[in-house]
Design a protein around this ligand. Structure first.
Ligand SMILES: Cc1ncc(COP(=O)(O)O)c(C=O)c1O
Length: 364
């Protein structure tokens, strides 16, 4: 007799992340590899965050603060909420897991989201054996009418990825407000705002302000993208105390390590790094989009730090890029077989990318 794993776990198709640089170097014998696949900050970590992380290393013999006290007290007033409205976790990924674990893990429970979107919602739901309802896009943007229409009495969570990965588009404040009015109070709306910092705040929903009237709302943000701390794994949820206290009960007591907490605290205040990152990103998008237009290549306008580009044959184009030492993201797992997703890089990387794209597409 062998230990018998649950069938639903055996059947899972593991998440396929962007390929790591070292792996590609090893596999292809390349000296230089550029990664434009995981929407990381190409400028590196916030310098203030990095210094704080280095300092924090001296105390890693101690367990971290299990309640992320300093972070909560720094960020809560900035957002106009109370520390009790925040829960920190090992990346916002963990918060997706905790929400499903705490609110949607019984047989018969359902979650819904517009698809293509972040694949982790599906994967975690499948690991709990719950039902997934995927609705579609309209003009490459999540169709909120369809999504609201998919709610049943068994729906426990709606995930709204805004701006939406891997497409890059956003749902505006007007759209989201109309949508929220249609969602019954038994459904938790998880607004995954991993790319919040990149979105145009003139039209982007001020989601935190909705918490005043809505108890069934949870907003997820991360230090992995704009702040450049993806490797340290830290993200947070903003929500009503009744929701946050449930997530807190579900998490491990020391889910956020001390180095990540120190780095995030300093990075949050690193306005210079945020400004530089935004500027580089904006310039990079303008540059790549300009070149795509010249080459008559279709793309989807973005509110993030990545671009969805119609190249035809996603997997083949990904492989061709890989041979050249450029890691992009094939989109076949998202049902977008004609597309690749590329993270905006440093100016020199963006140039190499468009040059290679030209070579690849026009030599096929
Ligand atoms: C939409 C979305 N949500 C969540 C995450 C997870 O981020 P974190 O690094 O905070 O776990 C990502 C990362 O790519 C993402 O794109």
């Amino acid at each position: 007799m062998k230990p018998k794993p649950k069938e639903r776990i055996v059947l899972l198709r593991p998440y396929s992340p962007g390929k790591p640089i070292e792996e590609v170097k090893r596999e292809l014998g390349l000296k230089s590899v550029i990664k434009m696949a995981s929407n990381e900050n190409p400028l590196g970590p916030s310098p203030l965050g990095l210094r704080a992380a280095e300092n924090a290393l001296k105390k890693i013999n101690l367990y971290p603060d299990g309640g992320s006290y300093y972070l909560k007290n720094k960020i809560a007033p900035e957002l106009g909420v109370k520390p009790e409205n925040l829960c920190f976790a090992n990346g916002s990924n963990e918060l997706i897991l905790l929400s499903i674990h705490a609110f949607a893990s019984d047989p018969g429970d359902e979650i819904a989201y517009g698809f293509p979107s972040f694949l982790i919602y599906r994967l975690i739901a499948q690991s709990y054996g719950i039902k997934v309802i995927e609705t579609g896009l309209k003009n490459f943007t999540i169709d909120l009418e369809k999504l609201a229409g998919a709610v049943t009495e068994n729906t426990r969570i709606i995930f709204l990825c805004n701006p939406n990965n891997p497409v890059g588009t956003m749902n505006t404040a007007d759209e989201v407000e109309t949508f929220l009015k249609r969602i019954p109070p038994h459904v938790l709306v998880v607004m995954d705002e991993a790319y919040y910092e990149y979105a145009d705040k003139k039209i982007f929903p001020d989601s935190v302000s909705y918490l005043k009237d809505k108890k069934n709302l949870l907003i997820l943000r991360t230090f992995s993208k704009m702040y450049g701390l993806a490797g340290l794994r830290i993200g947070y949820a903003i929500g009503d105390e009744s929701i946050i206290s449930v997530l807190d009960k579900s998490r491990q007591p020391f889910n956020v390590n001390s180095v990540a907490q120190a780095a995030a605290l300093a990075a949050f205040d690193d306005k210079q790094h945020v400004e530089r990152s935004l500027k580089e990103n904006k310039n990079g998008i303008a540059f790549i989009m300009g070149r795509l237009k010249q080459m008559n290549i279709e793309y989807v306008s973005t509110s993030t730090n990545f671009l969805l580009i119609k190249t035809g044959n996603s997997k083949k184009i990904f492989d061709r890029f890989l041979q050249k030492g450029i890691i992009v993201r094939p989109m076949d797992a998202y049902g977008l077989r004609q597309y690749i997703r590329v993270t905006i890089g440093l100016p020199e990387h963006n140039e190499i990318f468009v040059e290679e794209l030209k070579n690849i597409l026009f030599s096929l």
